[in-house]
Design a protein around this ligand. Sequence first.
Ligand code: PAF
Length: 279
Amino acid sequence: MLIIKTVDELKDVLFRVKSSGKIVGFVPTMGALHAGHLSLLEKAKSENNVLVCSIFVNPIQFNNKQDLEKYPRNVEKDINYIEDLVDILFLPSEEEVFPSAPTEKFDFGKLESVLEGKYRPGHFNGVATIVKRLFDWIKPEKAYFGEKDYQQLVIIRELVRQFNLPVQIVACPTVREPGGLAISSRNARLSPEEYKIAPCIYQILLSLPPKTTLSVSELKQYAISEIEKIKEFKLEYLEIVNAKTLQPITNFDDAEKVICCVALYLGEVRLIDNIFLKK
Ligand code: PAF
């Protein structure tokens, strides 16, 4: 695995790679790599000739300073974890990515005013800023994103559409622990007790698809009441939305695909998850 720290070297190496006709797949990450990242990397590896991974904890997508400070970082461990799989690891410093304060302003309309966007102002502008820069430097044929961050996936697709970027976005299913907890870098911050409770999120989500005979508002109420039964959970939002527009629906017939998205706090850790109710 070649480790590259500067944009100039990255562009240089990739220019030679592409000139030899090789297809480049890309997985952007913020490190603290886990089985979820591994599944993205393995899929990318199987579909491309050269696999590029980036590790960069992007400060401008954290709306909460504490969350940024506490974000797990362990680059040595990450390198060991992926060195047999990845061809090029892009590991830039903050100065390399943002030599001056970034000024990009994106407009994703209603896609960003709901769900995560409503509770994390500026988050998706920060995500779009880094992803667009990485796409511009790497110019991958395909880039891979997990469905766990479902709104991020929808917004990245919109970014690609708005700027007509020549990259195919590949969505990968959420990887879960045996009990159902969606794997996330933030899980490392759960206490052993919280860790035992956390899988209840997915157990509750799993109970929803068989109940889609209820109305949307009844189902939403049912899901919220199940979450509120667990006193350790502090619900931030639970929404049943059109999976394409991310706007709340009134009837299941209102959308071709319907997804239920949830965000809650367990202790100090913010967890998100989702389940398709109609796909
Ligand atoms: O999903 C993530 O890990 C980040 O939001 C991403 C896409 C790497 C951008 O910093």
